[in-house]
Design a protein around this ligand. Structure first.
Ligand SMILES: N[C@@H](CCC(=O)N[C@@H](CS)C(=O)NCC(=O)O)C(=O)O
Length: 346
């Protein structure tokens, strides 16, 4: 089997999401530890460039066999579902697959606000990230060279806090939601080892990706996770390499979708009352060409720059929902009754 090629960095939560996914799925890969912020981005200068420079960047054949640089973990991992057999990360029941899509999106698009906020807001986190991130793609660089790169990377990322939505207005909302999410996941992991049962789904890998930063690396959130949620810390380390995990060849291992555990329903409430309302607020601002997303999220004032990509995320959620059969929609409604999901999706 030829190896899938990509460029990424250990400090990138989406790179970590995909590396853990490929290990679990036993997809051979070849990675170059680079980032677009490395001025000496030598390895990939001569390669096709992606439309939007993001990590990870994959180099995959298009329909004519031409190598293209592609980004965005969500569609790429679904492409892998069709190209590589076995060990699927998408629940076989369409209603669960829809909930999995939502949870994956929450990890990628909302939990990442905590990741970026904690990394680039507090002094201790800025200092650690600034000194280590540039070394991951330049391990033999001199300390003097790293010092200038540290400054460059830190200033660049701190300037981007505004796009992610971390500011004085949203700080408390982001931090409260992070701690609440940890409590909910902590409860859920006491009923089963993964979000959708006895085997990992793409939502687990998305959440894991963000938590590699939050739980394992950045000192402020690391203290919260390791101190108050040691189960989650342990879970993140386990997800890193599931290549040896035994999973059945058939569809078994997904939770029984006749009835969702209460701990999963609590996580769905978070999607319905925080995440989807946030996506709607952002999409409205994008649609109206507003200069600012300005409203309320989680009962508190919320402001950030409009984020067109996340307006697309809402559209994709709508398309996923629309693609469900009427019977699956009815089952989903029954499974998630009283969570607020039906209202959020309307
Ligand atoms: N939706 C994308 C998001 C990828 C992304 O935002 N990657 C970050 C790094 S973790 C990035 O490359 N940001 C731009 C930059 O750092 O220049 C995915 O799922 O892959």
């Amino acid at each position: 089997m030829t190896a899938v090629e990509l460029m990424g960095a250990p400090g990138s939560p989406y790179t970590r999401k995909m590396l853990a996914l490929m290990r679990y799925r036993r997809i051979p890969y070849k990675i170059s530890w680079q980032s677009f912020t490395s001025p000496e981005n030598i390895t990939h200068k001569d390669r096709p460039q992606p439309k939007v420079p993001l990590l990870p960047t994959y180099y995959l054949p298009d329909e004519n066999g031409e190598t293209q640089a592609v980004t965005d973990s969500t569609p790429i991992l679904r492409r892998f579902e069709t190209e590589f057999d076995g060990r699927s990360v998408i629940p076989s029941d369409p209603a669960l697959a829809f909930l999995n899509w939502l949870m994956e999106d929450y990890g990628d698009e909302w939990l990442t606000k905590s990741m970026f906020h904690y990394r680039w807001h507090y002094e201790a986190d800025i200092k650690k990230a600034g000194s280590i991130l540039p070394r991951w793609s330049n391990i033999s660089a001199s300390d003097a060279d790293i010092a200038s790169l540290s400054k460059y990377v830190s200033e660049r990322q701190i300037n981007r806090l505004t796009y992610v939505g971390s500011n004085e207005v949203t700080k408390e909302t982001i931090e409260n939601s992070f701690k609440r999410f940890l409590s909910l996941l902590n409860e859920h992991l006491q009923t089963m080892p993964y979000i959708f049962g006895q085997r990992p789904s793409s939502a687990d890998f998305a959440i894991y990706g963000q938590l590699t930063c939050l739980a394992l690396f950045d000192p402020t959130p690391n203290a919260i996770v390791a101190g108050d949620f040691p189960r989650i810390y342990a879970w993140v380390e386990l997800l890193e390499d599931l290549s040896g995990l035994a999973v059945a060849d058939d569809d078994s291992g997904w939770l029984n979708s006749a009835k969702l555990p209460e701990t999963l329903r609590s996580l769905i409430i978070e999607l319905a009352t925080l995440y989807i309302p946030y996506l709607k607020l952002n999409a409205e601002a994008v649609l109206n060409g507003a200069e600012l997303v300005d409203g309320e999220v989680d009962g508190r004032p919320y402001q950030q720059n409009p984020f067109p990509y996340q307006a697309k995320c809402l559209q994709w959620i709508g398309e996923q929902y629309a693609a469900l059969s009427n019977a699956d929609k009815a089952r989903l409604a029954a499974l998630t009754a009283d969570t607020g999901l039906a209202e959020a999706l309307s």
